[in-house]
Design a protein around this ligand. Structure first.
Ligand SMILES: C[S@@+](CC[C@H](N)C(=O)[O-])C[C@H]1O[C@@H](n2cnc3c(N)ncnc32)[C@H](O)[C@@H]1O
Length: 235
């Protein structure tokens, strides 16, 4: 994982390429498929998440973007398989930091992670136009291109390596390309602690006139990762 990557092509070894499923996104962002109809949605960054692949199959209009997308699908698939294996081994010792009601055990978690990877890479190969390489804090889209932007397991989760100014620059860029609303999940870091500058981020966004709320959600796999930031844009 790298938020400060400057070269045009990221060294794949530097990122962890694991993705959640469409269903997990619906739950972690408290969405209903009906709410998403007729919206133009950006998943940013999407990694090997299946939100775009599965959502587009049901007729939704979703675009995925990620720093890793200028690599070939087969390389991403190979890296994704390695990372799932590695993460599942690590999970044996880290199991206590997670709640086991969404997934009953590590075997089931692995099935979900592999299905997200397979759905994502298959869709990427079939519909490459939906998968756009980007390097935050810059996004290559026109102003107000998307109605809704979803950002999962990136910004605040990696606050040990992405600093406050990276968060603010990325949020400003996300707001620029979005018309209505941004949702960010989770609000804790990898250790499960609330992002320590969340109140500063919230105050900064409110000062610009945006409506900002911390909203509890029904999805909690990592302990304490159970709320999202909902930012509704001022005009
Ligand atoms: C942990 S994954 C989250 C993927 C997905 N949102 C999910 O919840 O399953 C984080 C992703 O951030 C991407 N990434 C890291 N630095 C980035 C940057 N500066 N710009 C865009 N994407 C970046 C990585 O390639 C990786 O796929």
């Amino acid at each position: 994982m790298s938020g400060i990557e400057k070269s045009t092509k990221l060294d794949l070894e530097r990122i962890v390429f694991i993705g959640r499923t469409y269903e997990e996104y619906i739950d972690m962002f408290s969405l209903s498929p009906d709410q998403l109809k007729n919206k133009k949605i950006l998943d940013c960054p999407a990694g090997v998440c299946s939100f775009t692949a599965v959502g587009c199959k049901t007729g939704l209009d979703i675009t995925a973007c990620d720093i890793a997308y200028d690599h070939a699908g087969e390389d991403l698939y190979r890296k994704g398989l390695q990372d799932v294996e590695h993460a599942m081994k690590h999970m044996e010792t880290a199991k206590g930091n997670y709640k086991w009601d969404y997934f009953s055990d590590i075997a089931e978690l692995k099935e979900y992670r592999l299905s997200a990877l397979q759905d994502c890479v298959a869709d990427m190969q079939q519909s490459p136009e939906r998968y756009i390489p980007v390097t935050l804090p810059v996004l290559p889209f026109q102003e107000k291109t998307f109605d809704l932007l979803l950002s999962a397991h990136f910004l605040f989760m990696y606050s040990d390596r992405l600093d406050y100014s990276f968060h603010i620059d990325s949020l400003n860029e996300m707001l620029r390309v979005t018309k209505e609303e941004i949702r960010i999940f989770p609000l804790v870091d990898l250790a499960g602690n609330r992002y320590e500058r969340l109140d500063d981020v919230t105050a900064y966004l409110r000062a610009q006139g945006h409506l900002v709320e911390e909203v509890p959600v029904g999805y909690e796999f990592q302990e304490n990762a159970n709320s999202m930031l909902r930012i509704r844009k001022s005009i």
